[in-house]
Design a binder for this molecule. Sequence first.
Ligand SMILES: [Zn+2]
Ligand SMILES: [Zn+2]
Length: 221
Amino acid sequence: MSFLNALFPAKCVICSNLFVFKDQNLFCDECLSMINKEYVEYCSGCGSKIKNCQSCFKKRVFYRIKIFKNNDRYITELIYQFKIKGYKNLSTVIAKKIQDDIKDFVRKENIDLITYIPLDKTTLKKRGFNHLEEILKKVFPSYLIWEVVEKIKKTELQMDLSRDQRLKNLKGVFRLKDIDIKGKKVLIFDDIMTTGSTMKEVCSVIKKGEPDRVYGYIIAR
Ligand SMILES: [Zn+2]
Ligand SMILES: [Zn+2]
């Protein structure tokens, strides 16, 4: 911690308390300490809020989905500052939080490759990085991380749309890349799940490559 950091403390974007910063100057330690693994009730086949949902009883989407924690203002703000505001060094903070849990999952399920929800070219250029890939790179060796699916159309923000509009909004948006995933165990990584329609769509696109199993890992839902 430098002398200047102590002279000019940062103001936490969540609680407004002043704090002496070390690695990042947006969140105080108390607010960061609120972000932990916790029990989340959800359907392990699709991630919906209903445990053992009816639709997965008929046709399961994912082999298994894992969710790190419930969504709250702490994790929402952390991801917002990282992804939308572009504070790239926050990837380290997020990676530290989830690394034990996601590594454990990957080991137990014998995952062959890890992928993430892609960005369209325009958004990627504007942000300069895919936030999900940045987190994964902090946790796993690069040979495990592959962008299996590409986003060929820009979409409106899903959260502004109704359920029907969301599904329509995703038609023909993703395309499987020329990467051999046949017989592999593939994990899709995403940050925050709301309705889960993006994860479901990417999962169905990946299944065209005939993988053995498709898994999902979500930071918060
Ligand atoms: Zn705070
Ligand atoms: Zn389900």
